[in-house]
Design a protein around this ligand. Structure first.
Ligand SMILES: [Zn+2]
Length: 126
């Protein structure tokens, strides 16, 4: 068996578990203590809460006879890297570093804009 992917998508993991262990949606729903329509939603959209993603990854790696190398970490959608949970603010999908970068960018673009507006006024007055 080859090396298990470090970052399988949600549908990939669900499809693998369901075909490898011949589990239908009802069985998967029981396994993840959720409803069949939630399993369907995860499979279709890949949208899943962090808590459930960790459950899914845990099962996925367990069934591959290995462990999740990113357990206790979270994937940042912005820089596309795994970081320890402390690098994220509660409920945020992007890490603090990316959040700060965005805030700074926003600050500079709005500041530039204000400066331009200001100098335009000065030009009109003089
Ligand atoms: Zn990031």
């Amino acid at each position: 068996m080859g090396k298990v992917s470090e970052n399988p998508s949600v549908p990939q993991m669900i499809n693998w578990i369901s075909s490898r262990y011949s589990m239908n949606k009802a069985a998967l729903a029981r396994m993840f203590q959720t409803t069949q329509s939630t399993i369907h939603y995860w499979q279709k959209t890949g949208n899943i809460s962090y808590k459930n993603l960790m459950k899914l990854r845990k099962s996925y790696y367990y069934l591959h006879n290995t462990t999740d190398s990113h357990a206790g970490q979270r994937y940042c959608r912005c820089c596309r890297k795994w970081h320890p949970l402390v690098k994220f603010r509660e409920g945020k999908a992007i890490c603090r570093a990316c959040e700060n970068k965005k805030t700074l960018q926003h600050y500079f673009t709005s500041r530039d804009f204000r400066l331009k507006k200001h100098s335009a006024k000065v030009l009109i007055k003089s």
